[in-house]
Design a protein around this ligand. Structure first.
Ligand SMILES: [Zn+2]
Ligand SMILES: [Zn+2]
Length: 255
């Protein structure tokens, strides 16, 4: 009787799998090409996904020439940034860029979640469970119109993977600014200089004990956004590092 029931449940499971395969045929999360099984991505997209180089400047995160000793890059020897370190998970190009655009423009986060699953070990190596993740805030008007807060979603997913706490209310955005991607580097900096502020009352009431703060954003291009957001966080008198999902290949100069 027991053997018969086990056989029946195996048959049912196989049937469910066949039905799932029929209803949701496996496809590459980036280009939607059909795949032989669920969970992977196609060879073509796989070859174009580049993790951000692990050998990078400890302060600004820009890749260092291979063979160079770990430490600050030439620029960071002469400047002091508001962040102690800068980490990014992927180079913002090819399928990674596609994944971000799917997420931000169409609300489909499947490919971005896939990338985070792939980067799980690296994320756990970067963020300690005792750290605190704070997302870069969006202008209120844009958050209302899109109904989404991408940096906050990213901080939440990173918190699930790392075991760290996360919060989206500590850092606030003042007023409403135009979309950063539409501006030149000089305009971005002018626009961002006074855009961020810490909510001191909220911070005091939250009582976070974390010794290190990770400022989380989705994309880093010039670095102007994380630079000014990190500068506002200096008020908390804790070491601040930045972590972005992806960064443009030139890395951003911050200046
Ligand atoms: Zn593909
Ligand atoms: Zn540097």
């Amino acid at each position: 009787m027991l053997v018969g029931m086990r056989h029946l449940s195996t048959l049912c499971a196989a049937g469910v799998n066949r039905l799932r395969y029929f209803l949701f045929p496996p496809a590459c999360p980036f280009c939607q090409r059909p795949l032989p099984e669920q969970g992977g991505c196609c060879v073509c997209c796989h070859e174009q996904i580049h993790p951000w180089p692990q050998e990078h400047c400890q302060q600004c995160g820009i890749p260092l020439p291979s063979g160079m000793a770990p430490g600050p890059c030439g620029r960071c020897l002469r400047r002091r940034l508001p962040m102690q370190c800068s980490e990014s998970l992927f180079v913002y190009s090819g399928p990674v860029r596609q994944a971000v655009l799917q997420w931000k423009l169409q609300g489909r986060d499947h490919a971005v979640r896939w990338l985070l699953a792939v980067a799980r070990a690296r994320i756990q190596g970067i963020i300690a469970p005792a750290d605190l993740l704070l997302s870069v805030p969006m202008p209120i008007g844009r958050m209302r119109s899109s109904g989404q807060h991408h940096a906050a979603s990213l901080a939440r997913w990173l918190a699930e993977i790392s075991g760290a706490a996360w919060d989206w209310r500590v850092l606030r955005r003042r007023g409403s600014q135009p979309r950063q991607s539409a501006l030149s580097g000089i305009e971005r900096r002018r626009n961002l200089r006074k855009a961020f502020a810490v909510d001191a009352d909220y911070w005091a009431s939250a009582g976070y004990q974390a010794k290190r703060i990770w400022l989380v954003d989705d994309i880093q291009t010039t670095g102007a956004t994380v630079y000014h957001a990190a500068r506002a966080l200096q008020r908390l008198q804790r070491p601040v590092c930045t972590l972005t999902l992806a960064r443009t290949p030139d890395g951003g100069s911050y200046d």
